[in-house]
Design a protein around this ligand. Structure first.
Ligand code: KG4
Ligand code: ZN
Length: 342
């Protein structure tokens, strides 16, 4: 018998709902919140309010697009955390109420595990290749940067992570220093294509094991530009593509060094990349450049499943539902991962 799972994601600034039939995605609706662009970052109060406005239309559309009826749904999977509490509360409360009214169970999902499990999503028309266990997943988003050793669907070990900013945040903060619009990652990516990545050099942090740090890079960009702007007020404008290319290279070099180290030392050659920064063209190139020499099998989910989306919540929900790992109506969201593991 097939199982239909409704997935709901509301951890940050995207309201998303998806329907999955076993491991095959039928719909994935994402409402982006444009309201934050004017503020140069996500404003939590505005995010939760926008989720309230978006959630019902987004869910209706996901069910319509999947061409099913509400009564066909077997369970509701939702992001419990980590994320912004006010945003999470909207999705969690909706999931509970919907499930209660339909008499079906709820399944709680960790947002970061879902980013990783997005690699197992199948489309209606084609069989996509999926990573074999154990694999390494480098999750790089606006909120997280971590290398995870994935032994099974829910047996994951974080072997390295950032101690301060995430890789996406490094892109966004560098863009802000250069007065570029938010989110800065895609803008820097585009400009970098026209620039020389060797034009400027920024120091790499020295971090133990597989850990990351990006705050030093931000500071060195800030000081470098401050000094250059004193000499020439048009320095950024004159060098913007070279700056973008050099900053992008610095971030990619930091990311790749630890990924290579983790693969070399664990012997794992199944390499998956997840999260919004995986959209970066330079980063994708850097990963594929090593494919032959390192004999890696590389897995990149489709872009719509890389940035925040509910399809990844639905696939994670499907596997958890099969394990009969259900949540109770008393479940509450968590803002940080460590809280959940306690
Ligand atoms: O996974 P995601 O959509 O949301 C979070 O969970 O954070 O990631 C968003 C992050 C932002 O920091 C954005 O600047 C970055 O991903 N990003 C990119 C690119 N597209 C999105 N960074 C670099 N290059 C891109 N093409
Ligand atoms: Zn995310």
């Amino acid at each position: 018998m097939s199982h239909y799972i409704l997935g709901i994601e509301s951890s940050c600034d995207d309201t998303s709902a998806a329907v999955i039939k076993d491991n095959v995605i039928l719909s994935n609706i994402i409402a982006n919140q444009k309201v934050h662009e004017n503020y140069g970052g996500v404003v939590p109060e505005l995010a939760s309010r926008a989720h309230q406005q978006n959630i019902i239309p987004v869910i209706d559309q996901a069910i319509d697009r999947a061409n099913i009826k509400k009564k066909d749904i077997h369970a509701v999977a939702f992001t419990r955390g980590p994320g912004l509490l006010g945003s999470l509360l909207v999705g969690v409360s909706f999931a509970k109420a919907f499930a209660l009214s339909m008499g079906i169970p709820i399944v709680e999902i960790d947002h970061l595990e879902a980013h990783i499990l997005a690699h197992f999503i199948q489309n209606r028309d084609k069989n996509l290749s999926v990573p074999a266990f154990p694999f390494l997943c480098l999750t790089v988003s606006g909120g997280h940067t971590q290398i995870v050793k994935v032994r099974d669907y829910f047996q994951m070990e974080i072997i390295g992570q950032t101690i301060d900013d995430a890789a996406g945040e490094a892109f966004d903060k560098a863009a802000k220093i250069m007065s570029l619009p938010y989110p800065g990652g895609p803008v820097i990516d585009k400009m970098a294509k026209q620039g020389d990545a060797g034009a400027f050099h920024f120091p790499k942090p020295s971090m133990p094991r597989y850990n990351y740090s990006f705050s030093g890079l931000k500071t060195s960009i800030l000081y470098f530009l401050r000094d250059e702007l004193k000499k020439d007020p048009d320095f950024i404008e004159k060098n913007k593509n070279n700056l973008a290319a050099s900053i992008q290279k610095a971030i990619i070099d930091i990311l790749m060094e630890k990924l290579v180290k983790a693969s070399d030392e664990t012997g794992i050659k199944e390499i998956a990349i997840a999260g919004g920064v995986s959209a970066n063209s330079g980063f994708r190139e850097a990963v594929f450049d090593l494919q032959a020499s390192k004999q890696w099998n590389i897995y990149l989910p489709k872009l719509e499943y890389s940035t925040d989306n509910a399809a990844m919540i639905a696939i994670a929900g499907y596997y958890k539902y099969l394990k009969k790992d259900l949540a109770g109506q008393e479940v509450t969201p968590y803002a940080r991962s460590s809280a959940a593991k306690k």
